[in-house]
Write a protein that binds this ligand. Structure first.
Ligand code: ADP
Ligand code: MG
Length: 250
């Protein structure tokens, strides 16, 4: 997870990514040639109207899907040349996800929820617990390790879900509308967590959002329209989510 400053210029490189669904007259061009570079430790917001290709792009970045053509490099590896087995080994490990719905398992406490993906990945038990506790602490929810999801607020549960995503030490965190289902205060907690992750431990954070205010918490906003990048610029008046909220009980 440690990232050298010199590498910051290029963690993710996309070149002419095209994704088509179907064939012939019914072909849908979800992505029409997307080229981008995202640096290590950057926090980026991906915006665009419904149907513009945001989820398609996230699925390709997350190795859930392959482009019809084009090149995707992560670090020094060409992701499009990997086998399905090699891709699934990277998924969850180098690349983590947070989705809109919080999918904590109701019968497991906070700690066990965070440990679970690492146990599937056969991380040894002692290392698993250490990484899980560290991730919960990073998100300010160490005190929730023994609580069950029904005993957590929406914002707390989302932070435990983020702890679960980052516990294996990924380079990249992908989040599709991570604040969409949360109230404003819980949403701010999540944004504060993302800002801390990219600033303090150098995780590259890519968030899909419809919300301009959410996007203003990133360093850079990339806008998609009809499967193409139509705008890509730094955020000039970046918002900082209140840090004191981390560790709060809301
Ligand atoms: P967004 O997330 O920005 O709303 P999507 O990436 O979900 O956009 O979709 C981009 C375009 O690709 C849309 O026209 C959508 O209907 C189409 N699309 C997405 N997934 C599929 C699929 N599995 N089969 C056919 N068309 C799809
Ligand atoms: Mg979508």
């Amino acid at each position: 997870m440690a990232v050298e400053k010199a590498e910051r210029a290029r963690l993710i490189q996309l070149k002419d990514i095209v994704r088509r669904y179907g064939e012939g007259e019914g072909t849908v061009h979800a992505l029409r040639g997307v080229s981008l570079t995202i640096g290590s430790g950057e926090m980026v917001a991906l915006m665009g109207p419904s149907g513009s290709g945001k989820s398609t792009l996230m699925n390709i970045l997350g190795l859930f899907d392959r482009p019809s053509s084009g090149c995707y490099r992560l670090g020094d590896q060409d992701m499009t040349r990997l086998s399905a087995r090699q891709q699934s080994a990277l998924r969850g490990h180098r690349i983590a996800f947070v989705f809109q719905g919080i999918h904590l398992l109701p019968r497991l406490n906070g700690l066990a929820n965070v440990e679970l993906p690492m146990s599937y990945a056969r991380v040894p038990a002692s290392k698993r617990q250490e990484s899980a506790l560290r991730a919960l602490d990073h998100l300010g929810v160490g005190s929730l390790k023994d609580r069950y999801p029904s005993q957590m607020s929406g914002g707390q549960a989302q932070r435990v879900a983020i702890a679960r995503a980052i516990a294996p030490g990924p380079d990249v965190l992908l989040a599709d509308e991570p604040t969409g289902a949360l109230d404003r205060k819980s949403g701010e907690m999540v944004l504060s967590a993302f800002q801390a992750l990219h600033q303090q431990i150098g995780v590259t954070v890519i968030i899909v959002t419809h919300d301009q205010v959410v996007a203003q918490h990133a360093e850079r906003i990339i806008s998609l329209e009809d499967g193409q990048v139509i705008d890509d610029k730094p955020v000039s008046n970046r918002l900082v989510a209140p840090r004191s909220i981390i560790g709060g009980q809301a």
